[in-house]
Each structure stands twice: as structure tokens, then as C-alpha cells.
Design a protein around this ligand. Structure first.
Ligand SMILES: [Mn+2]
Length: 304
């Protein structure tokens, strides 16, 4: 597996801290885009995130450390899909994630469209059989198929639900779906926290705690950036109003760690960089580094 150097890797860090041998964290780039439904550009996501990450500070004040130098972060060269689509493309990603998990790396997968997440989820599920999935998204992605394809980004969670226990799936920020998806959620016992329910106070003031209470001890996070409000995240194919803000989102991650749970893996998808608009790429790069900082920092207090 080829690793990118400081001019192209996550956070622009020297080889001493970004070699695969020494790093505890590995970044996989999956610039895959095949089933666009509205705006395109998600294949530029990994590159946009990596480019912006050069401007993210190494130091995190909350955890009071430079995680990238303490733990090391290796960024792998992007997967070249060639003509591979659907299951064949997912297999390529899954193989790489499998290999990294075998080396005991914490794996972050960058998309690409959301359909790629099926691959790292399958790989992590083998390694962490009791894990929950925490799915941030504006869409529940539970359509059995979309525009004729069962492998559409709009169907990704329906594919996951074929091999993963639906009661161990928690969705946050959902605000656009069809009636069949709403019925599927109820039938299968998926824990879906709708944006409207959060805003109407149906999950209480500390809704983040209610979200985290639904999770097992091991948590895999799949993050579609369109979970964020379009005011802070306009650079995505299918933006929807009334989304999550940055700080309240990070509070969910804080609560995972505070409650003694553990984050076992992460993927971030659907960033479609817009030329001349830097903040969405930076927001995504910072989100990733923040989650890593929290994931690798033992809680100082178990207080809720
Ligand atoms: Mn989405």
C-alpha cells in the first residue's frame, strides 16, 4: 500500500509521523461517484478534504495535545477504480480496509458518494461484531433501489441492513425520505432521530445523550456531510434545510466518549468541493480531526 507524502497527506505531516508502520491511524481515499441523483462532484471529496487539512492546526485545545504526532496518521494513495462499479468497486475498498484493520489501524474512509460506506462498514463489522452504526445524514438512504440501481447512494443503508442488525443502527439528522423508508424504519426498529423531532424538543434538551444511549459500546460512525445545515455545508450534492450545526454535532461525539463507549471506525462522504468556497472543505477536515482527537482521548470524568 502506497502512502502519500506531506505535500498531499492529511494535515501535511512529515514521513516520520505518516508512515504506515508507525501510524495508529490510516486514511483511505475512495473517490467513487457513479450514481449521482442531483448535484455531482463527490469524487472530488477526498482530494478537497486532504488539501484543506493542510490548514487545520495540529493542536487541539480541548484534548490539549497534538494527536497527529502522538499517534501518527498515514494517508494512503487514492483507490483507482478504473471501470469497476457497484459491488466490484466496493470490494476494492473493503480489501484495503480489511488489510488495515488486520494491522490494527484505526481506519478513516473518505468518499465519494455514500454507497462506498457499505465496504468499510462490512470490514469493521467483522472486526467488531458487537458494534453499532451511528449514521449522520439528511437522508435515511433506505430506498430498496433508486433510479434503477440497488447500489445507489440513496440505497446504501438498505444494503447494509441486509447483513447488519437493524436495531443496532442509529440515524441522526434525517429530514428527507419517502414513506417506504419511514415504514422500513418502524418495521425494523432502526433508531432514527429526525431533525424535526430534535428541533421540536421531542428528545429532550440533551438530545445527544438520548442518541448515545441507543448505541452499543463499540461505535462505527458513517457521516454524510449533508447532515450539516446547508448554511455551513453548501458543498454537497443534495443539501437539505434545517440541518445540524457543527458544535451540537461534536457534542454527540463528546457524549460517546464521556459515556465510556469507544469509536472503532469512521467514514466521511458526499463532500463535493465548490471552486472558490473553502469553508466546507475545511469544516470537513476539521470534523475528521476533531473526531479522531476525541476517539483517542480517554475521558477525564465519567460524569454525564
Ligand atoms: Mn445524504
Amino acid at each position: 500500500m502506497h502512502v502519500l507524502g506531506p505535500s498531499k497527506n492529511f494535515l501535511a505531516i512529515d514521513p516520520e509521523f505518516s508512515s504506515l508502520e508507525s501510524a495508529a491511524i490510516a486514511i483511505v481515499s475512495a473517490p467513487y461517484e457513479h450514481t449521482v441523483s442531483y448535484g455531482g462532484g463527490a469524487k472530488g471529496g477526498p482530494k478537497g478534504i486532504l488539501k484543506a487539512s493542510a490548514y487545520v492546526e495540529f493542536y487541539d485545545d480541548e484534548t490539549d495535545r497534538e494527536l497527529c504526532f502522538d499517534k501518527g496518521i498515514a494517508t494512503l494513495a487514492p483507490i483507482k477504480f478504473g471501470k469497476a462499479i457497484d459491488r466490484a468497486a466496493l470490494d476494492m475498498i473493503e480489501q484495503q480496509v480489511d488489510a488495515l484493520l488486520e494491522m490494527n489501524k484505526f481506519v478513516v474512509t473518505l468518499g465519494g458518494e455514500h454507497s462506498i460506506s457499505t465496504a468499510p462498514i462490512a470490514a469493521h463489522y467483522r472486526a467488531f461484531p458487537k458494534m453499532s452504526i451511528l449514521h449522520f445524514d439528511a437522508h435515511s438512504d433506505l430506498r430498496q433501489e433508486y433510479q434503477g440501481s440497488p447500489w445507489s447512494h440513496a440505497s446504501f443503508m438498505a444494503r447494509v441492513a441486509e447483513f447488519f442488525p437493524t436495531k443496532s443502527i442509529t440515524q441522526v439528522g434525517i429530514r428527507a425520505q419517502c414513506i417506504e423508508e419511514a415504514q422500513f424504519i418502524r418495521q425494523k426498529g432502526i433508531n432514527t432521530f429526525y431533525a424535526s423531532a430534535i428541533r421540536r424538543g421531542l428528545h429532550g434538551q440533551n438530545w445527544q445523550n438520548t442518541v448515545v444511549d441507543s448505541l452499543a459500546k463499540d461505535v462505527y460512525i458513517t457521516f454524510d456531510v449533508d447532515a450539516f445545515d446547508p448554511s455551513i455545508m453548501p458543498a454537497t450534492g443534495t443539501p437539505e434545510p434545517d440541518g445540524l450545526m457543527y458544535s451540537e454535532t461534536i457534542d454527540v461525539i463528546r457524549q460517546i466518549i464521556r459515556s465510556g463507549r469507544r469509536i472503532v471506525g469512521l467514514d466521511v462522504v458526499e463532500l463535493a468541493p465548490v471552486k472558490g468556497l473553502a469553508h466546507p472543505d475545511l469544516t470537513t477536515a476539521r470534523l475528521i480531526y476533531k473526531i479522531l482527537n476525541l476517539a483517542f482521548t480517554p475521558p477525564t470524568s465519567k460524569k454525564k
